[in-house]
Ligand binder design. Sequence first.
Ligand code: GSH
Length: 212
Amino acid sequence: MKLYYAPGACSLASRISFHEAGRPVDFERVDIRSKVTEAGDDYTAINSKGYVPMLVLDNGETVTENVAILALIAECHPELGLSVPLSRTRLIEMLSYLSSELHIAFKPLWHSADEIENAEARQAVAERLKLIEDQLRDLYLFGPRFTVADAYLFVMLRWALAFDMPMSPALMAYFERLSERPAVRRALAEEALATLLPQHEHEFTIVEKAAA
Ligand SMILES: N[C@@H](CCC(=O)N[C@@H](CS)C(=O)NCC(=O)O)C(=O)O
C-alpha cells in the first residue's frame, strides 16, 4: 500500500494509524501547492481531487477522504477501532465530526488573510474542541484504548497549538499523552515535525504551514 501525504497535513493521521497497527506502508510526499509528487509526477493525474491523503491499495484501488481511509484502517486492524454496541457507527460519527466540523473550521486560518474571518474560524474551532473535550473518556476519545479517531484529533490539536489557540488542561494532557506514543513520535520524525509541546520551542515552519 502507498499513502500520498504532505508533512503535517491531515494525512499524518493515517501515517500514525498505520504505525500504531504495525503495518508497513510506502509513503510518497506531495507538494500540495504545486501538485507535484516526490517522484516528480503530476498529482492531479494520480488523484483528481488534488488533495491528500490518498491511499493506494495493493490491488491498485485507491481510497481518498480521511474518514474513509481511517475507517478502513480500523476495519483491517480492529484493535484501532471500537468494541462497543454500534462500534462502526460510533467511529464514523466521530470521524465525520472531526472532518466535516473541526477540520473544515480551520480552513480560513490556512487560506485567508481576513481578520474577521480568522477570528470567526478561531471561535468555531474553539467551540468544536470544547464539545470534543466534553466527550473525552478516560485516556482517549473512546476510553482507555487509542483508536484511529485519536490520530485525527491529534493532528487537529497540533494545528490548534500551531495557531496559538488556547487549550484546556484536559485537552493539553490528552495531546501530551498522544505525543508520547511511539507511533506518533515516529510519524512526526518521519515528517520532520516538532511535537509542539509547550516545553518545546515553536518550530512550526512555513514549509509546514504550506502543508495544509
Ligand atoms: N475532504 C478531504 C480534505 C483533505 C484536505 O483538506 N487535505 C488538505 C491537507 S490537510 C490538502 O491536501 N489541501 C490541498 C488542496 O486542497 O489543494 C479529506 O477529508 O480527506
